[in-house]
Design a protein around this ligand. Structure first.
Ligand code: HSE
Length: 366
């Protein structure tokens, strides 16, 4: 028996290549952004600088509905009141940083940060103030670390704070989703944790319902992130997925996703790793597209990781460990496997869970 994504997931938005489906795209179902403030708020600051963290989406069986934020990696955005910009509009003045790229447009309607900033301005009903935006890219594009979501999250939060923080986190996620839908597909498993921090479960898309899952504060959880020199554009990696799945795979993945959530809440690292490694639907289709990935996973598990899978749409591989030293060893083995089996150079990092999400770094009062 097959379960069709058609009935539940409205696949045009999820799988942009399926253009002939009669089902309306999910992106059009709920992307009419609510105007949250009827009275236009005044800016409270002249300028606000924010940071938003990298994220690991899917976490194995949580395709499109589960993700978490990782500490110490991410993008910065500065938003400034600018009388030279047409009221109600935003201008991108600068894109810089380690991972600034000519692929990033300065036209705000084609830039992740620009799209999310415009969405936040619309929701806040900003018509009388023009803004300029500067983006510092700390995350590489197409790496599977939620690069586009980090830019969008930082921008939405910066605009919101500039005008007094009237939008709540769900509304900020909706603003960020405008950007995700345009650049990679309608999925909130990067943007929600980028904004809210920690682990976030997307319980429903229409209407958007989010659940923050608390990993116990007294437990250590580290991610080994190994990024090879290889690009895996999210759109392409989504196009590789099946439209229909078999019932046994549905049952298996649902039970593993349930175990994953229970393990997160209970702080059970072994259970979390086991569930993270268990996806039978998405990972088997994507892993062969990333040279060496299957060997990298095997190497991580042999070196003592609790679990390993593809981070988001890849190509980064993510493994879970409970200590820094073990993380370094696991990282080394994964890098070797990428070189040996995939002929790819890669970089390993060991990072903690980010429990905060997008935040203000500095602000200039009016
Ligand atoms: N859930 C999305 C995907 C995440 O796997 O396509 C992309 O970062």
């Amino acid at each position: 028996m097959a379960i069709s994504f058609l009935s539940t997931f409205k696949p045009i938005a999820f799988f942009p290549t399926q253009k002939s489906s009669p089902t309306p795209p999910l992106s059009r179902c709920n992307l009419s952004l609510p105007t949250v403030t009827i009275t236009e708020p005044e800016p409270v600051f002249t300028s606000v600088k924010t940071f938003a963290p990298a994220t690991v989406a899917n976490l194995g069986p949580g395709f499109d509905f589960l993700g978490c934020a990782v500490d110490g990696l991410g993008d910065h955005v500065s938003v400034t009141v600018d009388p030279s910009v047409h009221p109600g509009e935003i201008s991108i003045t600068e894109i810089y940083g380690t991972h600034a790229s000519s692929k990033l447009s300065k036209n705000p309607i084609w830039n992740c940060a620009g799209i999310a900033a415009i969405a936040a301005m619309k929701m806040l009903n900003i018509r009388s103030v023009g803004l300029s935006l500067s983006l510092e890219k700390g995350l590489p594009l197409g790496s599977g670390l939620g690069s586009s979501a980090a830019s969008a999250a930082a921008a939405a939060v910066a605009v919101n704070e500039l005008f007094g923080g009237k939008l709540d986190s769900r509304e900020l996620v909706l603003a960020g989703l405008e950007s995700e839908a345009k650049v990679s597909g309608y999925h909130a498993d990067n943007i929600a944790p980028a904004i809210m921090g920690g682990f976030v479960l997307i319980r429903s898309y229409d209407p958007l319902e989010l659940m923050r899952l608390e990993f116990p504060a007294d437990k250590e959880l580290l991610f080994v992130l190994v990024s090879p020199e290889f690009e895996a554009p999210t759109k392409k990696m989504r196009a590789a997925l099946p439209l229909e799945i078999a019932m046994p795979h549905h049952v298996w993945n649902c039970s593993q996703a349930g175990a994953l959530v229970a393990s997160i809440l209970g702080g059970d690292l072994a259970g979390l790793g086991k569930a993270l490694s268990s996806d039978k639907i998405v990972e088997p289709k994507r892993a062969p597209l990333i040279p060496g990935m299957e060997a990298v996973k095997k190497a991580a598990l042999e070196a003592g990781a609790f679990g390993c899978t593809i981070s988001g749409a890849g190509p980064t591989a993510v493994a879970v460990v409970d200590g820094e030293e073990r993380g370094e060893e696991v990282g080394k083995s994964m890098v070797e496997a990428f070189r040996r089996e995939g002929n790819l150079e890669s970089v390993a990092m060991v990072k903690r869970l980010d429990r905060v999400g997008a935040r203000v770094v500095s602000s200039v009062p009016k």
